[in-house]
Design a protein around this ligand. Structure first.
Ligand SMILES: [Mn+2]
Length: 324
């Protein structure tokens, strides 16, 4: 084992109580990396108490339940944060009070918030990072763990569309072979969705505003989301289903989180790099999948303007070079 694997494994070995957290507004990779790591630690060390913490999302009940914890044993336990580059997006309060913190992530680095950091921004997903750690330590794996990792990778790459190379396929291929994963069954379980959600997608598609530069956006009200019987996280995760529209280069969902008095802005792109723009507005993420949270409506308006502008420039640039 090289140093980072050894360091992570030794910390896991040392603590009786381990909490695993991920980012707010969790997506399937956040769940996949969190749940697979939890199960792997439990399988390897049955005597340990391992908790997966953070909010629940109805759309992702596939992954099983998160653990309800009322009192955190900060002084005696280890916290592992997966799929989260920045402090402000860790879905747990006072996380720096834990005896020790480990970060496992595939986003470009934002904050350093732990002594032990595993950051691999060439990995397709945090789930792939967990797979790498399991394979390079004595952590164990079984079919359930392999399935969660598989779904995490599939989802963060949008079914092998983004951020993949031959290595991703090799990893997935050996995972499927070794644990005899029933890919069709997994896809069916994961991608089958209720009519209510499909209707909400129809609403979004018919309401989406698209400007002449290829910038699309929609503001979705929580009341509307609720009237379709979906929750806000499920709705903002639908953004990935709008990636193949000819007239759209960058698209944005703005939803208002009433409880936290915040606008949640999700941005996707199939052309210009958007995380630098998101960073200007105190957000972040990947080159083509970013987000911003703010309580200020002016920030949202300015961000939308800037994104439309960047589509304009991108379009002009592409036309100059005779491509589309
Ligand atoms: Mn991820």
């Amino acid at each position: 084992m090289n140093n980072i694997y050894k360091a992570i494994y030794n910390e896991i070995k040392k603590y009786k109580k381990i909490y695993i957290a991920r980012h707010i507004g969790p997506d399937p990779d956040a769940f996949g990396s969190q749940m697979s790591l939890k199960e792997s630690i439990k399988l390897t060390f049955p005597e340990k108490e391992v908790y997966a913490i953070g909010c629940t999302v109805s759309k992702f009940k596939y992954f099983g339940r998160v653990d309800k914890v009322n009192d955190f044993d900060y002084e005696n336990s280890l916290l592992i944060v997966v799929d989260t580059p920045d402090k402000k997006r860790v879905d747990i309060e006072n996380f720096e009070s834990f005896k020790n913190v480990i970060k496992i992530d595939h986003h470009p680095k934002v904050d350093k918030f732990s002594e032990i950091e595993y950051i691999k921004d060439t990995a397709s997903s945090a789930s792939e990072c967990v797979l790498d750690i399991i394979e390079n330590t004595k952590l164990k794996m079984n079919e359930l763990i392999a399935s969660d990792i598989f779904i995490g990778i599939v989802s963060d790459t949008n079914r092998f569309l983004y951020g993949v190379n031959y290595k991703t396929f090799e990893l997935v291929s050996s995972l499927v072979k070794k644990y005899k994963l029933n890919v069709e069954e997994l896809y069916r379980k994961f991608y089958l969705k209720p009519l209510s959600e499909t209707r909400l997608m129809g609403y979004i598609a018919s309401t989406l505003k698209v400007d002449k530069y290829g910038f699309a956006y929609i503001e979705i009200d929580e009341d509307i989301i609720n009237s379709f019987g979906a929750d806000i996280s499920s709705a903002s995760n639908m953004i990935n289903d709008f990636n193949n529209i000819n007239e759209v280069i960058v698209w944005t969902f703005v939803s208002r989180d009433e409880k936290n008095n915040q606008y949640r802005v999700n941005i996707r792109s199939r052309g210009p790099v958007i995380n630098e723009i998101a960073a200007k507005f105190n957000g972040g993420g990947h080159k083509f999948a970013s987000g911003v949270r703010t309580s200020d409506k002016n920030v949202v308006d300015n961000l939308l303007k800037e994104l439309s502008n960047c589509c304009k420039e991108y379009k002009e640039e592409s036309e100059k070079h005779g491509s589309n």
